[in-house]
Structure formats: structure tokens, C-alpha cells
Write a protein that binds this ligand. Sequence first.
Ligand SMILES: Cc1cc2nc3c(=O)[nH]c(=O)nc-3n(C[C@H](O)[C@H](O)[C@H](O)COP(=O)(O)OP(=O)(O)OC[C@H]3O[C@@H](n4cnc5c(N)ncnc54)[C@H](O)[C@@H]3O)c2cc1C
Length: 633
Amino acid sequence: MTASTPVERSAVRAATTAFRAQRRELEFFLWELKRVHETQCGVAPFPELTRAQADALLDEAFAFAARLGESYQASDREGCRLEDDGSVTLPAAYAELWPEYVRDWVRFQRHAEALRPGQLPAGLPTTLMQVILELFMGANPSFMTYGGFCAPAAKLIARHGTPHQKALLLDRIRSYEWDACFCATEKDAGSDITAVRTLGLEQPDGSYDIRGEKVYISAAMHQLTPNTVYFVLGRSDDKTADSFAMSCFLVPKYWVEEDGTLVDNHVRCIKVEDKMGLRGCANTHLVFGSGGRTRGMLLGDRKNVGLLQFAPLMSEARMGTGLFGLGLASAAYLHSLEFARNRVQGRRIENAVATAAPRVAIIEHADVQRMLLEMRSKVEGCRGLLGKLTRCAAELHTGRAAGLPADTLARTERLLKLYTPLVKAYISDQAWRVCELAIQVHGGIGYIRDLPIEQYARDVKILSIWEGTNYIQAQDLVREKLAFGRDPVVMDQLGEDLRAFLAGVPAGLRAEAEAVDAAFAAVKWTLGAIGDWVRDRELQRVAQHATRFLEMLAQVVVAWSLLEAAAVASQALQAPALADDEREFYTGKLATARYFIHNCLPGVHTDALVMRNAASFVPVASASFGQSASASA
Ligand SMILES: Cc1cc2nc3c(=O)[nH]c(=O)nc-3n(C[C@H](O)[C@H](O)[C@H](O)COP(=O)(O)OP(=O)(O)OC[C@H]3O[C@@H](n4cnc5c(N)ncnc54)[C@H](O)[C@@H]3O)c2cc1C
């Protein structure tokens, strides 16, 4: 760390950084709502970690996020550039930020299991890491894509790699000395991964000749690290075309010869995409095997199991998408709050025509308050939804360390899997809406590039598309996680946990508790209907409504999380001597939960009625959309 204190550094930078976060809110989330100091600190696998240490780390995280936020707008303007020699130039600030990020933060992203004895500290509690990553991703999401695949890549190698692959790659990727990228998408293979055509042909020396092209690959060509390992999904022969039989090939940008020298492996970047947002992330079109041989290694010793190898890591990638969305939505909301307090415009509605009446800040207008409440409830509700997922991950982590019985761990794992598509799809969709509202709160200046507001909206949109589009998440939820309602176990578990919480909600929040209970019943009722449609082979009907169903279930979990926060706040408000700002803070928590539960959650009942109404399913032949539009008459 540098010599100046985090507080000094953030004070200097506060004026120039786009970064915004509310320390009090995050402390409430960690210590009062999630009680991380009791559930995840001081217990295995973090027996030594104290709340004071975690607080000190948060100071550092705020300071680094402020540094990241300094280049948020500049990196959007600079973008990434493909040079004549095939190299890619990144925004200038990244070269300075990268070593600092790797030195100070990468070690915390490792899991305890990944460390050798004696190496300390062993990662961080999952929910604390959630908060730290939210800060970083909200401060500069493009920067955070570099090294973004290193942790999953290290796990893939640790689980499946050969001894040679582990010796060659594991420490380098784990420490971010070399970067790693996930390469699945091809021009004709997006959501339909079975269309992948890239080939890896086995050679007599045991290596593989990689031939093919991958598109949109994030953060894939840069000079931040001396080497990058591409995890390429491909076919080991032509015979498996159009099937799920794919292999994972490890393809270094520079091949390591037996004497340790690095030689060009002929991975060419032929295009850097010119994108709507996330412009500091180099999205590249890669060509393997052009102008020379590209050598790769088969991950492990089995062909055609690449998708199976990747599957467990998709949860982490999807959680990462939720974190990006939350970080950006939170920053957009906090900028809006600050702006609404300062922008003076118009008079209170009671004085609308009294020109002598004083003008007020726009935060006094009920419609601006509506927008702020909507943004706040979605941001805090999404943080709570993510918190449920990270809590499950933490319980698995501590539960395994404590040797809990297999059925207890299996119960937690089922919930973790259920929350994953909700986190990915609901948070990314709502983050986009929050960022759109941020523009609206700002009025004209929100549309102008002087402020980072319009950039938040551009940066956040990709999240509903990558890591499996949000429809793919809805399909996964309905089919894989809920078995079309035919396997009631996980919904019953969710219901048990929800009812156990609702039973203890304070009297002043009874109406809200009943509303959440009723909305959950509507979701279960609708899931029953989906089961009926599947039995009647109405699969198109299921598909047309799957996205709506995912949103319904997520809204219930978000409302539940907000009500948990309100219950904690209601308890805190009983304290006899509460400072005014603390009283306002807790009162705001009650308002936030009430807003969401009485304004957003009722949509679940409308959606349930819509889905039950047979007429709402509108099958339509492609031709009925009319002819393809043409530019000429
Ligand atoms: C900025 C950016 C970064 C990316 N980074 C990476 C990366 O690092 N590595 C990587 O491998 N890929 C990456 N991708 C690719 C990304 O994962 C794909 O764009 C995504 O999977 C969607 O594929 P597609 O673009 O071909 O859209 P399509 O699959 O063509 O989808 C278009 C639309 O059709 C819908 N659709 C498609 N199939 C079905 C179906 N069967 N039923 C119903 N609806 C369907 C989709 O939901 C979507 O609405 C990135 C993309 C972008 C833009």
C-alpha cells in the first residue's frame, strides 16, 4: 500500500472520481443485516479474521475504488485500439492500476482451498468479498474485466488439469501473472453453443493444432500481463459437430517451450469491437492457426467433456454479472441522489403558481422521490438477493470446513443454484432500468457526456446478454432448477425459510409480511400452471412466459430481503438514544421496503393472472410479422 492513508487519498480524489458508495449502507448490510462478523468472521475457514480487520480492509477498498473511478470516463473516451502489429492499446490509466490491483487485491479473491499451507491470508468471507467487488465493479467495470476469468480458470486447472498443466499454469494464473480468457462464442455459435466449429486436432507429440475463430472475447489481447491463456471450447474432430461433445483446450498466446522460452503461438486479433459501452474492455475477434501453427493442450486427459468441466463455474460467472449490475446501478443511484439534492427547480406542488414562493431542490418533488425510491429499493433489494447467494456460498464454505452432514450441505447447494439465474437475469435487467431512471432524474444533463450518467446505461446493457442471455437464465430456472414444478423440493425449502422469517416480523410490518407471503403463493400457483402446460406439451407457452416467471420469483426474494432489512431497522429504532442521522437512516430502510412491497411486488399478482389466462399466450407465425423492412419503398 502507498504511504498516505486511505482517508487522505480518497479526500484528494473525491472531486475527480466517478466512484460513489455509501459506507453506512454497506456497513448496515454486512454487520447488521448479514451479521458477517458472527457468521463468517472468526469461524472456519477464517478463524483469525476480526470485524476491525474487515473494516480496515473496507477503508482500503474505498480508496482503491476511488482510484478506479478516476479513469471511468476517460477510459470510455479513449477506448481500445487495434494497432498495425496486431497488438491492442488499452486506456492509459490501466497500466498503472493493474500492478496495484494485483498486488493489493488479487490474493483476497482466492479461496482458502487454493492456497498452500503457510500462505496467508486465505481469501475473504464471501459476503465481504461481494461488497468489495461491488465497489470495484461500480467504479470501473471495464478495468475489472481484465483478469476477470483468472479465478475460474485456476479452479478449472486445479480440478481437471494434468500434473504438467498444473505445474505450468496454476500459480501463474492464480496470481494473475498471466491472464486467462473464456473463448466460447463464434460468429454462428452464440446462445446455441452446439454450433461451435473451432477444431483442436491431436498431434503425434500430444499437443493439439487449434484452428478456428472466436468473437467478442473480453479482455483477450493486451500487454498488462506477459502471457494470456485462452480457454477455448472446440471440437476434437469433425464427427461431433452439432452435438454437446466439446473439449476445452488451453491455448497460450505465447507457447512455452521445454526450456521455458516463450514463442509466438499465432493467435491473431483481427478486430477490436467498436461497442455501445464497456469501451475500456477490449472485445476481440481472435483467429487461431493463421500464419502459423497454434498449439493447444487438452484440459485434463478426457476429450468431449468441456461443457461438463465448465458447468460448475458458470454460477460464479453469473454471480459476477450480478455484481457488475449492482455496482453500476448503485453508482447511478447515488449520483442521482446527490444531483437531486443540489438541483433547484420549481416550487412545491402546493405553491406551483405562487411565483413568490421559494424554489426547491428537485428531491422535494414527489415524482423525483418516486424515481429515487424505485432506484434505491432495487439497488438495496438486489444487494440483498446477491447476499442470499453469497450467504449460501459462505455456508457451504464454512459448512465443509466444519464437516457438516451431506444433506445439510445439499440443501444449501440447491438454494445457491436456484438463486444463480435470479441474480444474473433480474439484477442485470433491473440495473439497466435503474440506470435509465438515473438519466431521467438528471434531466438534460443526464444525456450529456459531461457526467458519467449516460455511460452507466451504456455500460450496464451488456449484462443481460453475456454469460447466457437472460432468456437462457429463465429457461435454466424453469427447466433445470425447478424441473417445471415437478420437483417441489427447492421451492418447499424456499417457502420454509420465508415462512420462518415472516413469523418473526415485527407488528408494524405485518401488512408487508402478508404481502410477501401472498406474492410467494402466487408464484407457486403459477409454477403449478407451468407444470400443467408441460404435461399438455404446450412448450411454446412455457417459453413465452419463462422470463416473466423469473422476474416474479426474483421480486419475491427481493421483497423478502428488503423486509429483512426493515425488520432490523425497526428493531434499531427502538433504541432510546438514537442520533438524528441514524434515526433517518433506519426510517429510510422502512420506507424503501414499503415502497417496493406496495408498488413493485403487486406486479407478481398481475403476472400470475396474465400467465393463467390462456389468451395471454399468443403464438404467431414468423410470416405474420410482415415482410422484412427494406430501405427502399
Ligand atoms: C461485450 C461482450 C463481451 C463478451 N465476452 C465474451 C467472452 O469473453 N467470451 C465469450 O465466449 N463470449 C463473449 N461474448 C459473447 C456473448 O456471450 C454472446 O453475445 C451471447 O452468448 C449471446 O450470443 P449472440 O450474441 O450470438 O446472440 P444470439 O444467441 O444470436 O441471441 C439473439 C437473441 O435471440 C435469443 N435466442 C437465441 N437462441 C434462442 C432460443 N433457443 N430460444 C429463445 N431465444 C433465443 C437470445 O436470447 C437473444 O435475445 C461477449 C459479447 C459481448 C457483446
